[in-house]
Design a protein around this ligand. Structure first.
Ligand code: ATP
Length: 200
C-alpha cells in the first residue's frame, strides 16, 4: 500500500482535492482534524499540554480551551513550536495506526503543514495543490468570512508556496483556468498504477 501526502498553502484546495479522492474510493486521513481531536481525547497529550500551558488549557468538562491556547501561541513562535512538538508526534503516531488498518492500493494523508511538521517522512509520494495567491485569498475570505489581513496572517506561518511545490512529486493546479476533476482523476489513475507496480 502506498502512502501519499497531500498538501498545499492555505486555501489552495487541499481539502477539495481530498474530497474528490474520497469519492474515487481513496481513504483519506485529515491530519489537521485529527490533531484537533487528539487534543481532546489523547490523555498523554492532554497532560503534556496542561504541564506546559497551565490547567486552564482544559475546561472542567475536559474539553480543550482553544481561546486560552490560542492566546498563548498567537504571538510567540517559541510557544507555537512547543505546542507543535507535542501535537505533531501524537498525530504521526495516530496516522501510523490509521495506515496500519487500511487495505486500499493507496491512502492519502492530508496536512497543511506536511513539511513544516516533519511528517512528510515515511510517505511514498507527495501531491501539492497550488493556486495563485489572489485566488487563495478570495476563496478563504469567502469560506471563513474573514478579512484579507486574517488570511495573510495565517499564511505567514507556512513556508513559501513555491518552495513547498518544489518538494512535491505531483502538482494539482487549482486555478480558474485548469479544471480540477480531470487533473485529480489522471493523478488517481497514475497512483493506482504506481501502487500496482509497487506490489510486483
Ligand atoms: P485550508 O488550508 O485553509 O484548510 P484548503 O487548502 O483545504 O484550505 P479548501 O478548503 O479545499 O482549501 O478550499 C478553499 C475554498 O475554496 C473552499 O471554500 C472551496 O470550496 C473553494 N474552492 C477550492 N477549489 C475550488 C475551485 N476549483 N473552484 C471554486 N472554489 C474552490
Amino acid at each position: 500500500m502506498l502512502k501519499i501526502g497531500l498538501t498545499g498553502g492555505i486555501g489552495s484546495g487541499k481539502t477539495t482535492v481530498a474530497k474528490v479522492l474520497e469519492v474515487l474510493g481513496v481513504p483519506v486521513y485529515y491530519a489537521d482534524d485529527a490533531a484537533k481531536q487528539l487534543m481532546n481525547t489523547n490523555e498523554a497529550l492532554k497532560q503534556q499540554l496542561i504541564s506546559n500551558f497551565g490547567k486552564e488549557t482544559y475546561f472542567e468538562n475536559g474539553e480543550l480551551n482553544r481561546k486560552h491556547l490560542a492566546a498563548i501561541v498567537f504571538n510567540s513562535k517559541e510557544k507555537l513550536a512547543l505546542l507543535n512538538s507535542f501535537v505533531h508526534p501524537a498525530t504521526i503516531a495516530d496516522a501510523q495506526e490509521w495506515f496500519s488498518k487500511q487495505t486500499a492500493p493507496y491512502v492519502v494523508k492530508e496536512a497543511a503543514l506536511l513539511f513544516e511538521s516533519g511528517t512528510a517522512e515515511g510517505l511514498d509520494y507527495i501531491i501539492g495543490v497550488t493556486a495563485p495567491l489572489t485566488i487563495r485569498l478570495k476563496r478563504v475570505m469567502n469560506r471563513d468570512h474573514v478579512p484579507a489581513e486574517e488570511v495573510k496572517r495565517r499564511m505567514a506561518n507556512q513556508i513559501d508556496e513555491q518552495l513547498k511545490m518544489k518538494l512535491c512529486d505531483f502538482a494539482v493546479h487549482n486555478n480558474e483556468q485548469q479544471l480540477l476533476l480531470p487533473q485529480v482523476t489522471a493523478l488517481h489513475n497514475h497512483l493506482l498504477q504506481k501502487a500496482k507496480e509497487a506490489t510486483l
